[in-house]
Ligand binder design. Structure first.
Ligand code: FAD
Length: 301
């Protein structure tokens, strides 16, 4: 079986950024991806310097094309299902759904995160007219009649104040969560209405929101908005590899991607299980690749 210097799981900006740096450092790298990047639902990505407005798939295609220039890099569309440590040989065994196994010295987890929404119907509108990151999509929704859908005080306050910068025409939907009068009054002083009733349904056309129907049957016109999902890691690789976690569920690192498990590195959103951005994830990949390369260098020199 071929032995890799590093296997990268996940070809989002974090994994791709890391692989580019490792390929340029002449490391033998395999990168695996299964096309579940969470921004696949969106039409355009914003805010990545020199690529503002690019389609997520085009961004990925350009990155993969660049990687193809480096002969020590291989790219596979495979889902990794298991990663085990071979303690005796200080190696990792990576298994994929294609019944294939790979051996590597170092492993980089860059599998990102996924969302859980307050309402399953949000999925239909997510990436087209409902978003979770105002920095990513606030500009496109500026001055429109927007909904804020969130279910706890902190999330409601944070998102409403933030989005108010892009549109003053806001209505807050708490989907059953009762808000303190003080918060309601603050919002109402800015002409922001709050509906605490449970949401029955969302209505719209082809992912473009038109109205939000409450349990009472009242239908409120809105043409887009922001939701606050909760986030989770889509696998247990970090647990299986004995990485340590902090009290918030973040994977403990040395600040440069090294986890507490020797040979296991982490990059991008999967570290904190929280959202960031394409640019931050790509930069993180670049930084962590330097750690991996340095550690290989020290091991072998
Ligand atoms: C709707 C939406 C719009 C957004 N818009 C913007 C924007 O405009 N600008 C911006 O900067 N950011 C935007 N983001 C955020 C951006 O997508 C993320 O910050 C960024 O993609 C995180 O990068 P990552 O590499 O950590 O994870 P991801 O990009 O999610 O990549 C993780 C990769 O791991 C792969 N993977 C997962 N599990 C496995 C497995 N078991 N085996 C193999 N592969 C696996 C997935 O296929 C995926 O490609 C948006 C997000 C969403 C949801």
């Amino acid at each position: 079986m071929n032995k890799y210097d590093c296997i990268v799981i996940g070809a989002g900006p974090a994994g791709l950024g890391a692989t580019l740096t490792l390929g340029r450092a002449r490391r033998k790298v395999a990168i695996f991806d299964n096309g579940t990047n969470r921004n696949r639902v969106t039409q355009e990505s914003h805010g990545f310097l020199t690529r503002d407005g690019i389609k997520p798939q085009k961004f990925k295609n350009i990155a993969i094309k660049e990687l193809e220039s480096y002969p020590s890099v291989s790219i596979s569309n495979e889902t990794v299902i298991e990663v085990n440590k071979d303690v005796q040989n200080n190696l990792f065994l990576v298994n994929t759904t294609n019944n294939k196994s790979y051996i590597t010295e170092k492993i980089l987890l860059a599998t990102g995160i996924q969302e859980v929404f307050p309402l399953s119907q949000i999925r239909e509108y997510y990436g087209k007219s409902l978003f979770s990151c105002p920095y990513c999509d606030g500009w496109e929704l500026r001055d429109k009649p927007l909904a804020i859908i969130a279910e706890n005080d902190d999330h409601i306050i944070h998102m409403t104040k933030l989005v108010y910068n892009w549109s003053k025409d806001l209505i807050v939907f708490t989907n059953g969560h009762q808000l303190f009068n003080k918060i309601r009054n603050d919002f109402e002083s800015k002409k922001i209405n709050v509906y605490t009733e449970v949401i029955k349904n969302l209505h719209g056309d082809n992912g473009y929101l038109e109205s939000i129907e409450l349990k009472s049957g009242e239908n409120i016109l809105r043409s887009g908005g922001f939701v606050v999902p909760s986030f989770y890691r889509p696998n247990k690789f970090a647990e299986q590899l004995n990485c340590q976690f902090d009290e918030n569920g973040g994977i403990i690192t040395d600040g440069a991607g090294r986890t507490t498990a020797n040979g296991v590195y982490i990059a991008g959103e999967t570290e904190k299980a929280g959202p960031s951005s394409l640019m931050i994830a790509a930069a993180d990949g670049n930084k962590v690749a330097s750690s991996i390369n340095m550690d290989i260098t020290i091991d072998r020199f």
